[in-house]
Design a binder for this molecule. Structure first.
Ligand code: TYM
Length: 345
């Protein structure tokens, strides 16, 4: 970002999560926990539950509604304060879909074709994928740019989408001869930007992995968490004395990183504490730590979920506040692109 651009756009953070299945530890450590830290640093923060993105692959309507409320509960239980941050679900602010359409006309097919998430999700049978799945990154760019967001905290897997957002912003600014959209920065920081599967240290932990044993869900109880860590795949060596010793041991490195992120310390400090110890000692310590950190969160989520009307009220209030920021920006876009707007509103 140039200095000029930096001074023109006030810092504003935006990020989103899809309401599909339960939140897993990677989402929590790589995203939600960092969303809360950013909120607490005093910058303006807007966090979205991207239900329109979720339906790019089939979602049962009842499950989607439930997952949306559960995700809102996870955000709040993790420390997100709906008074200090704006928390809402995407479909309640139609400006997202409207700006996405404009971006569909700015972005190029070739750009979308290069997205690794598209290739992964569409697989070999791209002909059968929804048109929405192909245009997914364009809606994501709309989410971000609708608020002139300058910073987007995400895990590593979303980096390419944020870079595409910059390409769309730059093309829009260039085509229309304006300096309207900022060059948003992805913020990919910390030790947990890519939490790996507990069953395979070369694959990322994911909500959609068919094996439930591959991930820790925020809704898992203490016994399940302990059992999943106990069964996590590892090698037979004890933990090394230095980080360098973890280089070719992806499973071991993953568990050390998870421990460090949960304990809010560095992987070096974890190695310092456990050097020479085997997984027989490390795994129970990790399980205890995870249970200590996650079970209050699960209990708070349950408490919040008992009052869905209150969650809906919070989302509605957040959507009103989000729309108040988004609408003038969308109006400017319509103006810049030459749409006649004469309706009395
Ligand atoms: P989603 O719902 O797949 O994931 C939400 C966030 O969690 C991060 N994440 C991980 N971080 C570390 N380790 C993992 N194993 C792991 N798995 C997931 C993701 O990087 C993400 O930050 N396209 C987005 C949602 C979205 C969005 C946006 C994000 C829509 N619009 C605008 C930012 C800004 C997605 O599918 O995230």
């Amino acid at each position: 970002m140039t200095d000029a651009a930096k001074s023109k756009f006030t810092p504003r953070v935006f990020s989103g999560i899809q309401p599909t299945n339960h939140l897993q530890l990677g989402n929590y450590l790589g995203a939600v926990k960092r969303f809360v830290e950013m909120q607490n640093s005093g910058v303006e923060t807007i966090y979205c539950i991207v239900d329109l993105h979720a339906i790019t692959v089939w979602q049962n309507p009842g499950d989607l509604r439930n997952a949306t409320r559960e995700l809102a509960a996870s955000y709040i239980a993790s420390g997100l304060d709906p008074k200090r941050s704006i928390l809402f679900n995407q479909s309640q602010v139609p400006a997202h879909a409207e700006l996405a359409w404009i971006f569909n006309c700015v972005a190029r097919m070739g750009w979308m074709n290069r997205m690794t998430q598209w290739k992964d999700k569409a697989g070999k049978d791209a002909e059968k994928a929804s048109l929405g799945l192909f245009a997914y990154p364009s809606l994501m760019a709309a989410d971000i740019l609708l608020y002139h967001a300058t910073h987007v905290p995400v895990g590593e897997d979303q980096k390419q989408h944020v870079e595409l957002t910059r390409d769309i912003a730059a093309k829009f600014n260039h085509d229309y001869g304006v300096d309207f959209f900022p060059m948003t920065e992805p913020v990919i920081e910390g030790v947990a930007t890519r939490v790996m599967s507990l069953r395979d240290g070369t694959r990322k932990m994911s909500k959609s992995d068919p094996s439930d044993a591959s991930r820790i869900n925020l809704t898992d109880d203490a016994d399940t968490i302990a059992q999943k860590f106990r069964k996590a795949r590892t090698d037979a060596e004890p933990l090394p004395a230095t980080l360098e010793g973890l280089k070719d041991r992806p499973e071991a490195r993953n568990l050390v990183n998870i421990y460090a992120a949960l304990a809010e310390t560095s992987p070096e400090a974890v190695i310092g504490e456990f050097a020479g110890k085997g997984f027989g000692a490390f795994k129970p310590a990790l399980a205890d730590l995870a249970v200590a950190k996650l079970s209050p969160l699960a209990a708070e989520m349950q408490r919040l979920m008992a009052d869905p009307a209150e969650i809906d009220r919070i989302l509605g209030d957040g959507a009103d506040r989000a729309a108040a920021i988004a609408q003038p920006i969308l109006d400017r876009v319509y103006d810049i692109t030459g749409m006649v707007r004469s309706r009395r509103r």
